[in-house]
Design a protein around this ligand. Sequence first.
Ligand SMILES: Cc1cc2nc3c(=O)[nH]c(=O)nc-3n(C[C@H](O)[C@H](O)[C@H](O)COP(=O)(O)OP(=O)(O)OC[C@H]3O[C@@H](n4cnc5c(N)ncnc54)[C@H](O)[C@@H]3O)c2cc1C
Length: 388
Amino acid sequence: MPSPTNTGLHQELKNAVGELCRGFPDAYWRELDSQRAYPEAFVQALTKAGYMATLIPEEYGGAGLGVTEAATILEEIHHSGGNAAACHAQMYVMGTLLRHGSEAQKKKYLPVLARGELRLQAFGVSEPTTGSDTTQMKTFARRSGDRYVVKGQKIWISRAEHSDLMLLVARTTPLEQVKKRSEGLSVLLVDLRHAKNHGLTIRPIRTMMNHATTEVFFDDVEVPAENLIGEEGQGFRYLLDGLNAERILIAAECIGDGRWFLDRACRYAKDRVVFGRPIGQNQGIQFPLARAYANVEAASLMVGRAAALFDAHQPCGPQANMAKLLAADASWESANATLQTYGGFGFAEEYDVERKFRETRLYQVAPVSTNLILAYIAEHVLGLPRSY
Ligand SMILES: Cc1cc2nc3c(=O)[nH]c(=O)nc-3n(C[C@H](O)[C@H](O)[C@H](O)COP(=O)(O)OP(=O)(O)OC[C@H]3O[C@@H](n4cnc5c(N)ncnc54)[C@H](O)[C@@H]3O)c2cc1C
């Protein structure tokens, strides 16, 4: 990875990532999309260039940069027309290991992750019957001597087939035995390579976009107790801790998507001539694009603000949530305005608009749905009664 100085750091990063992405043009992503295939070559190139080790401290072989720089990288991947969903989890999952892992765990895993010899791309939280109500999760890790025995089912676990490790959140104390429902959850680092032949089954789920997501079944999967991250029972706290980074980074991807859409839409609107003039001369085409642009720019400021607070170790829950809300809305607005600008051609695969349209729609639902963010802002920022 190029070692940027503080001056122009972000521009340098943007340029370097943009250069790498030029090796993976629209046709690359289009072809993978049609086959629902994993962008292995792209992930390998990113790893080789050091970008997957952005947040790993230098003492463990990483770049030692912050969420601000990680956001710049992910935004640029999306701005170039690519999709970082194939590998972004290694950036936000890393924080849990960094902040709550033991020194032995960090020494064991971080250098190999930094060298790209292992991938920590899977994050196992969601379950089929509990949805957004995470504390109700059923997957249970029972302590038995020097190991945990995990039983349960997770759903929507992206990249599980392409990752060596999974950060798993499971219950370690039954719900009826805890005072608060957020207690009794724990975080375990599961070695998927071993678990796959010992009780773990991964089944791909085909979705409307190319996302490598799966359901994962744990049938008495044994995990060494030394793979417990932090303290047993404190997992929900660690989870919340990592969610701000996740929201900021996904928001940056939405900003990249928004910029990609508007670049394409403006180019097309200038070129496409109907009724003897470019369609972009019509205010009916211009105004939705101008409004979407303003919203992308505003959301981008909030992403930058949230990332700066995060990197300064300041509380950033409201800003991270607002960044995700505003950026997902702005990218979706840009997607709609772009599809409309392209008219019928927007629906043709070869223009890539329909692909990006499907991809960016996800962010109204995952990793946290818009309603749940609004509920967070209402309760924790505006002080309104909890609605759920
Ligand atoms: C492609 C994809 C990839 C994913 N990757 C991962 C992953 O790698 N790891 C992982 O753990 N999870 C992953 N997820 C899961 C994702 O985080 C969840 O889908 C998301 O949090 C929403 O949960 P749910 O689907 O269970 O919806 P539900 O919780 O069932 O909600 C359904 C709808 O009801 C609304 N709703 C629910 N409760 C309320 C309320 N109290 N007030 C207002 N509205 C409410 C929601 O906003 C939503 O619109 C992924 C999902 C998808 C689709």
